[in-house]
Design a protein around this ligand. Structure first.
Ligand code: SF4
Length: 347
């Protein structure tokens, strides 16, 4: 399995799944873009992509890099000169397809520049950019998506580039999943996962979770981008949650909460949300349960390190399914958080 180094972040070969996002401000606006990149990094983003549309954007990359710590990927369409300018200005990686930068000579120039600066490149396809020859041969499906991406890989390999990341994104979830599964069977380059144009906040989260999640559970994918229409700041938060839900990062407080039912006599869902917020910065593998009733709750959450279940008048705190102590309703929240912090300290 190949690895790939983007600035100080290594992806592939079993390294942790890197979270990516993309700025949505004209790259030339150095200070605004740098602030957005720093805000994305605070939200858990490991790598940030910027669009390079013209020379002003390419030149801004060097200045932005002085104001941020995360690696920067430059996204270029059509113009090989912008790719070269971005690389010369410090891009840690570029996203470009040899298929859309013109003649062989242009491809060779970009390849030589990538090798000279020792930086990786992402090539790939999405349903809007499938090569005509594959579209007419196979139609719009996983085979044409993958063959298109691999054609771009070969175009760079021909000139000695082997530091490559590949993507095959579709906005259709089943097609995205099929394409990456097929791609994985044909290559050992690191893979960048995403469901493209996945939509507005809620549908984007749902489509990304279904598509990226299915692949991560299968062990496919080395870096992910959740794309949501509009503000990118929530993207890395959602991406991290997907990675955690797939069991690939256990260093956090996982809060299990029962759905509540007719037996529930207190606001257990409200406390679950509060506990999730209050433990968000505890980066330790602790499984916490907040359950609706004292009768069934502890038993239903046996595999949790610690839990709480309530009735109208009091709560019980339990550990590994066994009742640990009974607490007055008003002290429950404070006492529960204190117990969780004690567990975190002991780990
Ligand atoms: S823990 Fe109790 S309140 Fe919650 S769903 Fe189960 S039975 Fe219902």
């Amino acid at each position: 399995m190949k690895t790939c180094k983007i600035g100080n972040v290594v992806i592939g070969g079993g390294n942790k799944i890197a979270v990516q996002s993309m700025t949505n401000i004209k790259t030339e606006k150095v200070n605004e873009v740098a602030s957005q990149i720093n805000a994305l990094a605070l939200n858990g983003c490991d790598i940030v992509r910027v669009a390079v549309k013209d020379e002003g954007d390419a030149l801004a990359v060097g200045k932005i890099k002085q104001l941020v710590k995360v690696p920067i990927v430059c996204d270029i369409h059509f113009d090989y000169k912008l790719a070269i300018k971005s690389i010369e200005n410090g891009a840690d990686k570029v996203r470009i397809n040899p298929g859309n930068i013109g003649c062989e000579e242009n491809v060779k120039k970009v390849a030589d520049c990538l090798k000279m600066h020792k930086i990786p490149v992402r090539v790939g396809s999405n349903t809007g950019s499938i090569e005509k020859e594959y579209l007419s041969k196979y139609g719009k499906n996983e085979i044409s998506l993958v063959e298109s991406a691999l054609k771009n890989v070969s175009a760079l390999e021909k000139y000695g580039v082997s530091d490559i990341v590949i993507s095959t994104k579709a906005s259709d979830v089943p097609l995205t999943v099929k394409a990456y599964r097929y791609l994985k069977s044909k290559t050992d380059y690191p893979l960048h996962l995403g469901v493209t144009e996945s939509g507005t906040y809620e549908s984007g989260i749902i489509k990304s979770s279904a598509g990226i999640g299915a692949l991560l559970v299968d062990g496919i994918g080395d870096t992910i981008r959740v794309s949501l229409a509009g503000d990118p700041l929530p993207e890395p938060i959602i991406a991290k949650k997907i990675i955690r839900a797939c069991g690939l990062d256990k260093n956090y407080c996982e809060v299990i909460a029962c759905p509540t039912c007719g037996r529930t006599e207190w606001d257990s869902a409200g406390l679950a949300k509060k506990v999730e917020d209050l433990t968000a910065t505890i980066n330790r593998p602790i499984k916490i349960a907040v359950m609706g009733c004292v009768v069934n709750g502890p038993g239903e959450a046996k595999d949790c390190d610690i839990g709480i279940a309530g009735s109208k008048d009091y709560c019980v705190i339990f550990k590994k399914g066994e009742i640990y102590k009974k607490v007055a309703f008003n002290d429950a929240e404070k006492e529960f958080i204190r117990e969780i912090e004690e567990i975190a300290k002991s780990l």
